[in-house]
Design a protein around this ligand. Sequence first.
Ligand SMILES: C[S@@+](CC[C@H](N)C(=O)[O-])C[C@H]1O[C@@H](n2cnc3c(N)ncnc32)[C@H](O)[C@@H]1O
Length: 234
Amino acid sequence: MRLTNRWNRLVYRLWAPIYDTVLGAFFRPGRRRAMALLDPKPGERVLLIGVGTGADLPLLPAGVTALGIDLSAAMLARAHARLPLPGREVTLIEGDAQALPPGLGTFDAAVFNLVLSVVPDGAACLRETLRLLRPGGRIVIFDKFAPEGASPSPARRLLNGVTTLLGTDITRRLDDLVDRPDSRLSCRDEERRVDHSSHGERGTLGCVRVMVSTVSRNSGSTRGPWTSTSITGR
Ligand SMILES: C[S@@+](CC[C@H](N)C(=O)[O-])C[C@H]1O[C@@H](n2cnc3c(N)ncnc32)[C@H](O)[C@@H]1O
């Protein structure tokens, strides 16, 4: 089974009332780590793709302006319940991150927490966001990808039958998302660092990758100490 918007709307309507209770504590360390790596600064505009119940919103520092987009009205309703957040200006919109609506403006940074394993077309989702990031913008990705450079194990594929029903594909690999010929994104391996400090071994369920990328539409990209992958528009 492949994830579709239709399926995700249904599944995340069911998840919405229990999402934070069931998964909140498990993903909290990775979520915190991701935000620390992204390091949004006061005055910056941050885009949260698949913002869900808004669990990342309280982690944004004061002075940040945030826009969260999500396909699921039910998940967004939970996020709305967190507002207002003192010192942060947060806007939430319902929509498809694979085809962002016009007029959103540009962003300094974007958060992809637990969403690239969910949207039907992760590459389109990345590409759309890249379009709105200013040159030198950063992205952080926190998710449970399969190990790179190998096919997902039979056990992982088997388990994926269940997780897909629950709205998550655990057989996706980050390299497939960013290195696809049609994705217009390139990810140079020598610049890739995967941060495992908040969760265990790569390739296990619950494994996460946390990375920050500088995005540049030119050849040069500025890299800070935590910069791990350069994703460049081709
Ligand atoms: C696993 S949840 C993660 C939510 C949140 N990012 C977090 O870290 O808790 C995945 C979210 O992606 C949303 N989603 C799925 N497909 C989407 C799409 N095409 N566009 C925007 N959001 C989508 C779902 O509705 C759900 O809220």
